[in-house]
Design a protein around this ligand. Structure first.
Ligand code: AMP
Length: 208
């Protein structure tokens, strides 16, 4: 199954995509994680992408499309994959349609207020890529998975969050209609508990 998880920042795309990828034994492909890997390794791509990411803007389409196209050549993608955070523009979706066949697009629906609350409490582990919310952590600075030091993503700072939401509305939300018209869109509620949402995700995708 080749899937896309769509939704605003903080909708839970990553959380559910990781879980479903484990369940289906296919890779979760997060362009955000790939870009952060490039930034950490200080590659040319990472140095170029960093200025957009820190400002909450989108990295140029050609950079993202090239990176994804290469990733899909890896053998682990042969049995399916879940895109998390890609495509984010209609141009990316159109480029994707030339080199991949998508079976379904999951649209996670969450209000702005919930997004702001989630992102402002989000902590991430740069060592294992884990993502947590401070209300579920005993110690807000230690990763419960690997003991690494938790940090606030630079693009989760309050001003950047508002910009990312605007960018989402302007550049990514048109994909909802784009994929609805293709008959691929499946809506799911992204508010409420993680387990309840995940059950909705499975139902929306017809997975038991
Ligand atoms: P994410 O972890 O998915 O929230 O992505 C973090 C940041 O990486 C975004 O705010 C963008 O700057 C950049 N990014 C990730 N995926 C894409 C994409 N498909 N197109 C453009 N920029 C992206």
């Amino acid at each position: 199954m080749n899937l896309i998880f769509l939704g605003p920042p903080g909708a839970g795309k990553g959380t559910h995509a990781v879980r479903l990828a484990q369940q289906l034994n296919i890779p979760q492909i997060s362009t955000g994680d790939m870009l952060r890997g490039h930034v950490k390794a200080q590659t040319r791509l990472g140095l170029e992408a960093k200025k957009y990411m820190d400002a909450g803007e989108l990295v140029p389409d050609d950079v993202i499309i090239g990176m994804v196209k290469e990733r899909l050549q890896e053998p682990d993608c042969a049995g399916g994959y879940i895109f998390d955070g890609f495509p984010r523009t209609v141009a990316q979706a159109e480029a994707l349609s030339e080199f991949a066949k998508i079976d379904a697009v999951l649209n996670l629906i969450v209000s702005d207020q919930v997004i702001i609350d989630r992102l402002s409490g989000r902590r991430v582990c740069p060592d294992c890529n884990g993502t947590f919310h401070i209300k579920h952590l005993e110690n807000a600075s230690v990763c419960p998975n690997c003991g690494g030091k938790l940090v606030i993503r630079k693009d989760d700072e309050p001003e950047t969050v508002l910009n990312r939401l605007n960018v989402y509305r302007r550049q990514t939300e048109p994909l909802i209609d784009y994929y609805r018209q293709k008959g691929l869109l499946r809506d799911a509620n992204g508010e409420g508990s993680v387990d309840a949402n995940y059950a909705e995700v499975l139902e929306a995708l017809g997975i038991r």
